[in-house]
Design a protein around this ligand. Structure first.
Ligand SMILES: [Zn+2]
Length: 154
């Protein structure tokens, strides 16, 4: 099954960059230069530690699809960045320490979850999205647990 990677909406990230407030929650966002590589949810690349600045804020990855929220912390580049466009391929530098795949059916029903190696992302996402009970997959960090991106059938 072919899949499509869905990054965070650029308009959401731009709003947070300009207001320094979390969408939906209005919690304060904060900005810092990370000491370790941090994943940007817009370009789906690494925010370079010691070099680039991030903005961290509370985000609900279900905000556009389900009415049961499950917010958590995310990062984006503090500067404007281009959204990820190679959506038929899992991002090369996103979640290199391992991925947690949470597979959902409509209604936010968690039907399957598993940890995988980054190298297996493309194959495993295709297999999981071929299941009739899986409508979309939230990809999270296997170590920090934070939301990275969504995968849907292409
Ligand atoms: Zn970025």
């Amino acid at each position: 099954m072919a899949f499509r990677i869905v990054p965070m909406d650029t308009a959401v990230a731009d709003q947070v960059r300009s207001t320094m407030r979390a969408p939906d929650y209005d919690h304060p966002a904060w900005s810092e230069v990370p000491v370790e590589p941090a994943p940007c949810r817009v370009c789906l690349d690494v925010i370079e530690p010691g070099v680039e600045r991030l903005v961290a804020f509370t985000y609900d990855p279900f905000r556009d699809t389900e009415d049961l929220p499950l917010p958590g912390p995310v990062f984006v580049h503090a500067r404007s960045c281009a959204p990820y466009t190679d959506t038929a391929t899992y991002p090369a530098r996103l979640g290199r320490s391992g991925l947690l795949l949470n597979c959902y059916g409509r209604g936010r029903r968690l039907v399957h979850a598993e940890r995988i190696a980054h190298a297996d992302a493309g194959t495993t996402l295709g297999e999981l999205l071929a299941r009739p009970d899986v409508d979309y997959v939230h990809v999270r960090s296997a170590t920090a647990g934070c939301y990275l991106c969504t995968a849907v059938s292409a």
